[in-house]
Ligand binder design. Structure first.
Ligand SMILES: [Ca+2]
Ligand SMILES: [Ca+2]
Ligand SMILES: [Ca+2]
Length: 260
């Protein structure tokens, strides 16, 4: 529409046509860039709420069955939904391949801490998640479901209250039983999103969790993932043209006189 208007000279009120078009093209470029019209759309390439039990693209390794579990989809503690996990003191990887050309990548996931995570405690922890994309560490944070403080949403060893930044807690029905000390629901859900520049045709997201509790095992503290989605910003098809140079107004020709 605007190009039609330009062709028809419907935009602009002053100056000679070339000067006016230069100004209008500059305005159009500015409007186009400012409105994001030429910015590529985000394209979803992976989405999984684990309802169907789908675990393709996920992997882990087991060296200590006391603290680690194979990749699997399980029910939440109250069977209200399905999640990937639970897992323990281990690394879990999502690998996606054959990505179309892109400039950046975004991942969103729900990280669920189950039972007695001890945050920054040096006695029963620290209990940490390191999140890596390919080999780049994006953050390393501790989480707490107990009275100890945690670093999230900041990096370890910052000090924040237990469950800071959680979108829900004690909502999934995981019960922690510590005879003589505590019996009750204990879980927290964090919705985490990260975007980073990325151009390779494959990507690996790594969830590396470090848990510790003397004399305990994975039934004492574990974790799960849910609602994992990945999207890319496709490569720009072509670079934007440079803005037009300012043009000097052409000298005005005197209007021909009567009979001229
Ligand atoms: Ca789910
Ligand atoms: Ca604990
Ligand atoms: Ca611990």
């Amino acid at each position: 529409m605007i190009s039609d208007w330009l062709a028809q000279g419907r935009i602009g009120t002053g100056g000679s046509p070339p000067a006016r078009w230069g100004v209008l093209l500059a305005l159009l470029c500015w409007l186009t860039i400012g409105s994001g019209v030429t910015q590529p759309q985000t394209v979803a390439i992976y989405n999984n709420d684990f309802t169907r039990g789908e675990t393709t693209n996920w992997s882990t390794s087991i060296t200590d069955p006391e603290w680690q579990r194979p990749v699997r989809v399980g029910f939440t503690g109250n069977a209200s939904g399905r999640v990937l996990g639970d897992f323990g003191d281990q690394r879990v990887t999502l690998r996606l391949a054959e990505l179309p050309p892109h400039d950046s990548i975004t991942i969103t996931f729900d990280f669920i801490t189950i039972r007695s995570w001890d945050g920054n405690s040096s006695l029963y922890g620290p209990d940490l998640l390191e999140f890596k994309v390919d080999d780049t560490l994006l953050f390393r944070s501790s989480f707490s479901n107990t009275s100890y403080r945690q670093s999230f949403p900041s990096g370890y060893p910052a000090s924040n209250p237990a469950r800071a930044g959680a979108i829900a807690f004690n909502s999934l029905g995981y019960i922690w039983r510590a005879p003589g000390l505590f019996t009750g629901p204990m879980d927290a859900t964090y919705r985490i999103t990260r975007t980073l520049p990325h151009t390779a045709s494959t990507v690996r997201f790594r969830f590396c969790v470090f848990l510790d509790d003397p004399g305990q095992d994975i039934t004492n503290e574990s974790w799960a993932l849910d609602n994992v989605s990945v999207s890319i910003a496709p490569s720009k098809a072509a670079p934007l043209p440079p803005p037009p140079l300012p043009q000097k107004p052409l000298p005005q020709k005197p209007l021909p006189g009567p009979g001229g």
